[in-house]
Design a protein around this ligand. Structure first.
Ligand SMILES: [Zn+2]
Ligand SMILES: [Zn+2]
Ligand SMILES: [Zn+2]
Length: 463
């Protein structure tokens, strides 16, 4: 926790003022109630209840500190709000786990017997970058020379003998940025959603081929369901982690009506990923052929013998990526304007990616790209799924929203004079703003969040 004497005088003043107010405990309670969210939404409004006797009772934020109620911002990015991103990852895990293991969210437990594969599809190389790698004896040199050391056409080394630390800022940056294929890199991010779509079609075709069925016959007996998460690698290119499962085509999560196992599915995924291609137009009129990288990983998921990837592991692993984003590159989560372009505080590699994306955006085939420059050209969803994979994030959120509204209503009722059964009659809310009112409030909320984390950790340690 930051010592109070390191804050500016005004912040200290704000802290003292807040802590000295008679409604401080109530304010602290609200901060805790919204999970110590970093930028809570401030709502103003009232809820009206009617008792069975017909008597009307009202809860209003007029009686709250600053006349507002604080609710979570709901941002999934850990860099924006640690608390809400943690909650988002939890929701993702629920969704992923339901589809992998069943027994919850309307998915039957028998889903465990369906062929299920955890797959990672990477991007190809656009030029050598600094990297960490390991061999049997531990961390190894970045890019050792093979044979006689050779300079690139720009007179720079093509090798790097450093053993990089995990936090080395050179990681993910090209060995020679002039050799690096920036347009190809941006084209991959921009077209990655279409490449994924073609991949899912290719998986169906490969499975039909493996089972000796026509595409139409296969479609009548089997459906490929999936959930995928896009993750940015250090070099700024997306790759996909996915859980891919086979079901019957109906709506009730029955097993596929063909004889295939998870190993067949893994084989179909490998074939499809290796063969799928997308030819795109580049500004100079040439055609660029996009494909997935050679680094492809498929693991069959099953809840059988130990040592295997279980549904729980796979769900946890993917959910972890759901909170990462391009923000890790220092680009923020808003559109980049032409005015902001020259003043970005990012490294040379990200700077060149941004500039390349901006230039490509001028070209007809890349219309709309300029709106996605802050995402290094990736316009897809960070997490998406086929229709029948499991429940939706919206449904999980809805459950919780309903839960929160109940909580808010209950809370409002506590403040009312009567314990009688009441009916919610009117609920009116208006938006009052985002974030804490002062830097002092933010500092207090952050230190309360840190204390809450320590308490949770202590409880875990004691257990
Ligand atoms: Zn938040
Ligand atoms: Zn290196
Ligand atoms: Zn070079």
């Amino acid at each position: 926790m930051t010592p109070i004497n390191s804050f500016p005088a005004q912040t200290v003043e704000e802290i003292v003022t807040r802590a000295g107010r008679p409604d401080f405990d109530r304010w602290a309670e609200q901060v805790a109630r919204c999970g110590h969210c970093s930028h809570p939404v401030r709502l103003r409004g009232r809820v009206q209840h009617r008792a069975v006797t017909g008597q009307r009772m009202t809860y209003s934020t007029d009686g709250e500190p600053d006349r507002v109620l604080l609710i979570r911002c709901g941002n999934r990015r850990a860099a924006v709000c640690p608390s809400c991103s943690y909650e988002y990852a939890g929701d993702m895990w629920q969704l992923l786990y339901a589809g992998a293991a069943g027994g919850r969210k309307g998915v039957p437990e028998s889903i465990r017997s369906h062929p299920l594969v955890f797959a990672t599809l990477t991007a190809p190389g656009f030029g050598p970058v600094h990297t960490t790698r390991g061999d049997r004896s531990g961390p190894a040199r970045c890019r050792p020379t093979k044979g006689k050391p050779r300079l690139c056409q720009h007179g720079r080394p093509t090798w790097c003998t450093t053993i990089h630390d995990e936090d080395d800022s050179r990681l993910g940056q090209p060995i020679c940025s002039d050799c690096y294929d920036y347009p190809g890199h941006i084209a991959f991010n921009w077209h990655a959603p279409e490449l994924w779509r073609r991949f899912t079609i290719a998986v169906r075709r490969a499975l039909a081929h493996i089972t000796g069925l026509t595409a139409a016959e296969f479609g009548r007996r089997c459906r490929v369901s999936f959930v995928k998460v896009a993750e940015f690698q250090r070099r700024g290119v997306v790759h996909f982690h996915a859980l891919i499962r086979l079901d019957a085509p109906d709506e009730d999560y029955q097993p596929p009506q063909i004889s295939v196992d998870a190993a067949d599915l893994a084989r179909a995924i490998r074939q499809a990923a290796a063969h799928v291609r997308l030819t795109v137009e580049m500004p100079d009129g040439s055609g660029l052929v996009l494909r997935f990288g050679d680094q492809l990983d498929t693991q069959t998921v099953n809840s059988g013998p130990t040592g295997q990837l279980t549904p729980e592991h796979a769900a946890r692993y993917i959910a972890k990526y759901a909170t990462k984003s391009a923000e890790d590159f220092g680009l923020g989560d808003r559109r980049i304007t032409p005015e902001a372009l020259p003043h970005l505080d990012v490294n040379d590699h990200v700077n060149r990616l941004v500039r390349t994306a901006w230039q490509l955006g001028e070209h007809g085939a890349y219309e709309g790209l300029r709106r996605w420059v802050h995402m290094i050209g990736f316009r897809g969803h960070f997490a998406s799924k086929s229709r029948r994979y499991s429940t939706t994030l919206g449904a999980i959120r809805g459950e919780r929203r309903a839960y929160r509204q109940r909580q808010a209503a209950e809370h409002a009722r506590e403040l009312l004079p009567d314990e009688q059964d009441t009916t919610l009659v009117v609920s009116r809310w208006e938006f009052a703003g985002v974030g804490y009112l002062t830097n002092g409030d933010t500092a207090l909320a952050l230190s309360a969040a840190a204390r809450a984390r320590e308490q949770r950790q202590a409880a875990r340690d004691a257990a």
